[in-house]
Design a protein around this ligand. Structure first.
Ligand SMILES: [Zn+2]
Length: 189
């Protein structure tokens, strides 16, 4: 097998990772992640982002549940409180990202194969969508609101799905993705 020597922390990796974080947590989540550097406490993140501390904690929990960040905690012996230091967990983030993208491709592919060549009808109000047999059974009227059913051209939808698959495949076949897989791709999510 061909040996891939790309660094899983190269600029391409970072770009996908940032897109993934902002898709899953939002722009504010990404800003919190970017403010951490090599390690930061809640207070440092607060100074850098100017977000409210309650919002930062909620974003941190969110980031942690996705595996984007990890933390260490230290007990203050005088008051007994814990100080949390956060930093990003890039390898796990990238693994989760690749897993989700692979699932998306599978979902799109099975969607395409079940829709290709099929004829669909849609309620003009948008409350139902069905195949030809079902539409005929209902005399081409919506079973929910009784409005007329209209022939639905799904060619554009299929084309969009194909384009999306190609875009994801480009990511999955990128050097940084392959390097991440080689460096221990484990389907943990
Ligand atoms: Zn309807």
């Amino acid at each position: 097998m061909r040996k891939i020597r790309a660094s899983p922390k190269g600029p391409e990796f970072i770009k996908y990772l940032h897109e993934f974080v902002s898709e899953s947590i939002g722009e504010k989540g990404l800003n919190v992640l970017l403010s951490m550097g090599d390690g930061a406490t809640d207070e440092i993140i607060e100074q850098k982002t100017k977000y409210k501390i309650a919002e930062i904690r909620s974003l941190l929990n969110h980031l942690h549940s996705y595996g984007f960040v990890e933390y260490t905690r230290e007990k203050n012996m005088q008051n007994g409180w814990f100080t949390y230091t956060w930093k990003s967990n890039r390898d796990r983030s990238m693994q989760n990202f690749l897993m989700i993208k692979k699932k998306e491709v599978e979902r799109l592919r099975s969607g395409i194969s079940s829709e290709e060549g099929a004829v669909f009808y849609k309620c003009t109000k948008g409350c139902s969508r069905m195949n030809f047999d079902f539409a005929m059974e209902h005399k081409f009227r919506c079973p929910t609101c009784t409005k007329d059913l209209k022939y639905l051209d799904n060619k554009e939808e299929l084309k969009r799905a194909e384009i999306r698959i190609k875009a994801i495949q480009k990511i999955l076949e990128s050097k940084s993705a392959l390097a991440t897989i080689e460096n221990g791709f484990s389907p943990k999510i």
